[in-house]
Ligand binder design. Structure first.
Ligand SMILES: [Zn+2]
Length: 320
């Protein structure tokens, strides 16, 4: 409760845009805190209040070797130490409920809860739940999609959804037994370039949304197409910072492609891209007859793609 109020108050103070993924690093920067990503062996992150050895700076350090979602969680966790505790804290584990007892246990418990509420504020969660038409007790693929939207891990997302009453304990336990790696293999066409990579499966409901892949991630845009109309989805222009891996059409499973019933049937076009270079790109797909270069565009689909930079070293060192 205390953690949630603290997160709500900070978003209010910073006037955070809660319609998209929370930019925790921008929040840290705005608070005048220096942030560094360092290759720790056993720390998730640390909080350093201003002291002689920090040259008077307030600092947060994050493990540069951790996955992006974990780093974001650690950053929000350290933010709680900044807001509440004001003492130097070194965190071995974040994203796991701490086992320490007493005052330290309470402090870590609040920091973990704060990180969840800060990265997954109710308003943001409800916006995506509505947009993606997610009902009570969503399945693994939906929880994974939400985790990508929030920039949090699958397990941290599932845990928070319990607190919000979207998942019950039984479904939470079921989801906890499923590895994100398996979910990704279900969603991927080619697969990301490394095992930490993500698969962004976007359908019509994602029109005009913003996605935040890392280089190496796979983006699969799945849109309806009816072959008998001759209209097909295609890229309006070659995308920057991404490569087009594939564009394939599939009829629903079980459809006999030789049967006459297929005429007029709807299937799915899968446009598969791979994020390559950090940067921002407005991806646009248009639906038209492929044989008419200047033919009528009967439908459009847009996606804002913010390919993330790998974070290493001293990212911000505020001056003044
Ligand atoms: Zn901590």
């Amino acid at each position: 409760m205390q953690a949630m109020k603290l997160a709500v108050a900070l978003h209010r103070e910073l006037e955070t845009d809660l319609s998209h993924q929370v930019d925790v690093y921008a929040a840290i920067e705005r608070l005048g805190i220096a942030i560094a990503f360092l290759p720790f062996t056993n720390l998730s992150g640390a909080y350093l209040p201003p002291a002689e050895r920090t040259g008077g700076l307030t600092g947060i350090t994050i493990n540069s070797r951790h996955p992006r979602s974990r780093q974001r969680f650690s950053a929000a966790h350290e933010l709680a130490h900044y807001l509440r505790d004001g003492i130097p804290v070194e965190d071995v584990q974040t994203e796991f409920f701490p086992r320490a007892q007493g005052a330290a246990g309470e402090r870590e418990f609040v920091a973990e809860a704060f990180a969840s509420w800060f990265l997954m504020p109710r308003q943001l969660v409800m916006r995506y739940v509505k947009r993606l038409e997610i009902g009570k007790n969503p399945g693994p693929e939906q929880v994974y999609s939400l985790s990508l939207a929030f920039g949090t891990s699958y397990s941290a997302t599932a845990n928070h959804l319990v607190g919000l009453g979207i998942l019950d304990i039984r479904q939470f336990r079921r989801l906890s037994e499923i590895a994100p790696k398996w979910i990704k293999s279900q969603l991927a066409i080619h697969g990301p370039t490394d095992s930490w990579g993500d698969v962004w499966r976007i359908d019509r409901r994602g029109d005009a949304e913003q996605v935040t892949p890392r280089p190496g991630d796979e983006i699969v845009v799945a849109l309806e197409e009816i072959p008998s109309t001759g209209y097909t989805w295609q890229l309006a222009r070659p995308p920057r910072g991404m490569s087009l891996l594939d564009s394939t059409f599939e009829l629903p499973a079980g459809t006999d492609a030789n049967s006459e019933e297929v005429f007029g049937a709807a299937g799915t076009r899968f446009v598969v891209l791979r994020a390559e270079e950090p940067g921002r790109e407005s991806l646009e797909l248009i639906k038209k007859h492929p044989w008419e270069p200047h033919g009528e565009v009967v439908d459009r689909f847009r996606l804002e793609i913010l390919i993330q930079t790998r974070q290493e070293g001293f990212v911000t060192a505020p001056t003044g």
